[in-house]
Design a protein around this ligand. Sequence first.
Ligand code: SF4
Ligand code: MG
Length: 315
Amino acid sequence: MKPLLSFEHISCYFSTSFGELQAVRDVSLDLYEGEIFGLIGETGSGKSVLGLTALQLLPANARVTGEVRFENKSLLQLSEKEMRHVRGKKIALIPQNPASSLNPVLKIRTQLREAVRHQKELKDKDGYLASWLQAVSFSYPIKLLQSYPFQLSGGMKQRILTIMGAAGQPKLLIADEPTKGLDAPARHDVVEALRNVCRQTGTTLLVITHDLHVAQILCDRIGVMYAGRLVESNDTDSLFATPGHPYTEALLLARPTAGMKPMAGDSPNLLQVPSGCAFHPRCSYASEMCVEQLPPWTEYGQKKYARCFLHAPST
Ligand code: SF4
Ligand code: MG
């Protein structure tokens, strides 16, 4: 199977007043058509930055090396004008903050119609939008189209943003922390909305989240990032049953349902990332080799990959 989107050796640097900071380190990853792929990891692990490289939406002080391939085309070489034909139509972003992403003075109908403006063949735009609203469990779509954002809860706004991304029928949707700040019932509704939208249309979804529960119930496969590196990629069930990387294991043990065992040590400082395996100061399996050398990316089972010496072929 050919991937829909490939990150190939992506590194991303930000120039800051403290010096250059590397947020993403040599990440290669393939996403396949129709799958829901989750990127998890702590704040600052590089997951959002990696996602945004696909849309060239990083701030001006960012520098990206490597390649992003989409439908076999190289995205990083495209001009801003060419990128505008990709954004929204081929790859759409569901942004992180619903409150600031919806225009407070425009009705939902106006904002959703804007999202489908290039679909000239659509005769009944309101009917089309109403069917999307039903797909994300809004019971009164016509009433909803007449509302203003301030009349909606955070979870409802997030579902509207899901439609805004999906209604243009892109091949790939990228959702950055789609459940951030929502209570459990709203989180559940947003997860359902994302799943329904993707399953109905065959849209591929890259979901960036630090919520392990959301990743578990929504994703087919999951990638785990730590200090800018991809440290594990695995099938969701397998990742939760038998995590391949000690960092993933520690994340799982810190969940409320697993007794909330706090992870040892501090989050890495991106200006001074530890040598070798960056997780070594916090890892209970660390050996001298982990301090000195970067462990290789190793396939240790079917569709199971980890960057850890515990899985590396012995040298
Ligand atoms: Fe731990 Fe070493 Fe594996 Fe890193 S490479 S996760 S320090 S065992
Ligand atoms: Mg983020």
